[in-house]
Design a protein around this ligand. Sequence first.
Ligand SMILES: N[C@@H](CCC(=O)N[C@@H](CS)C(=O)NCC(=O)O)C(=O)O
Length: 211
Amino acid sequence: MMTFFHSPGSCSNGILFLLHEVGAAFECVVVDLRKGEQTQAAYRALNPKGKVPALRLSEGSVLTEFQAIATWLTAAHPEAGLQPANELARSRVIEALDFIIGSVHMRGFTFVKVPAKFHDSPEAQTAIRAHGRKEVTKGLSLLSEHLGEQDYLLGEFSAADAGLFYVLTWAEEEGFGLPRNLGACLARLRARPAYAAAGPMLRHQTAASTQ
Ligand SMILES: N[C@@H](CCC(=O)N[C@@H](CS)C(=O)NCC(=O)O)C(=O)O
């Protein structure tokens, strides 16, 4: 069986959602980022990058990085019907996920949620947070434009929406006003059985940042 290394409320929420979407059999191990468990030797032995998500496959190897895990999950569970139909469709999923994770998360939310990682001074942290908020707002606007009147980012539900799910949740938590269509998309995602199945494992244990 696969083992999923997860921190509730973090970006690994997107992979948890997708694990349920594809109907994967897995056990979940919580990595408490607030306690710094990701930096401890036991976890570093699994994922030297000290990040979640990570997925230990049944054969024992460990897969890291959101896009890689998402791509693998849809390919390994063709019965779920989430495998892109052709190379262009596959590239569209990667294109969307790369923007969500590489830009909206890493160049936006990282600064909003953990400015103290970048500077000790409270003034500098305020400026870093403000910069992050600008980047997130820009990202949400591009995602909204991309979504248009479709139900999901690429029309039908895809792995890209697992990424969209976690950044929209963060946007809500951090008090960003979601454009109407993104708000409707988040409600649609929360109405899917995978959301109910993921349940309390999606929620922060406290309000402390788990970015
Ligand atoms: N590039 C990684 C980013 C993962 C990431 O930033 N994970 C955060 C949680 S949202 C984390 O583990 N942070 C712990 C730390 O930086 O110490 C991916 O795509 O999976």
